[in-house]
Design a protein around this ligand. Structure first.
Ligand code: T46
Length: 136
């Protein structure tokens, strides 16, 4: 099982531009406790490189583009996020790496929990052990 899914949000467009509304519990499969965004990342930088124990998140690229590599201990996928009406859901126990940030990209993240460093697995070998337990 891969705890990753692309989500499409409704975009309302008229002569004035686009509007996308996202509601916790309705459009997002969890209550949103935290929102953060990542900006001004140099093109050659890789961020993430960790997994979470219980955090659920949805990543949305509001401007520009970014690639997200997700890995479940056995298989990986690479998703390009380049639309404000597309989200990438990432559940627990998934290793993620964000790379190839375009200039002026804005990556917004909706999260199910408040920030807690204890929820992170940043050691890759430790992650491989945890993924085996989680996904087997
Ligand atoms: C994730 C990916 C997609 C906070 O103080 N509060 C926060 O809510 C967050 C997210 C981070 N921080 C601090 C922790 C570090 O000192 O900000 C610093 C940078 O965080 P980090 O190196 O974890 O950033 P990324 O871009 O590698 O990862 C972030 C999220 O941390 C992570 O949960 O899944 O984005």
């Amino acid at each position: 099982m891969f705890q990753v899914a692309l989500m499409k949000f409704k975009e309302l467009s008229d002569g004035r531009g686009n509007l996308t509304a996202i509601e916790g519990g309705a459009d997002i499969p969890f209550d949103i406790k935290r929102v953060y965004y990542i900006t001004r990342v140099q093109e050659d930088v890789v961020r993430g490189m960790h997994s979470h124990i219980k955090l659920h998140q949805v990543l949305i690229c509001l401007n520009g583009s970014v690639k997200v590599k997700v890995f479940n201990g056995e298989e990986y996928e690479i998703h390009t996020l380049d639309r404000a009406d597309i989200g990438l859901y990432i559940g627990p126990a998934v290793w993620r790496e964000m790379h190839d940030f375009s200039e002026q990209s804005v990556l917004m993240v909706l999260a199910s929990e408040y920030y807690d460093e204890k929820d992170y697995i940043r050691d890759y070998n430790e992650y491989l052990k945890q993924a085996k337990i989680y996904f087997d």
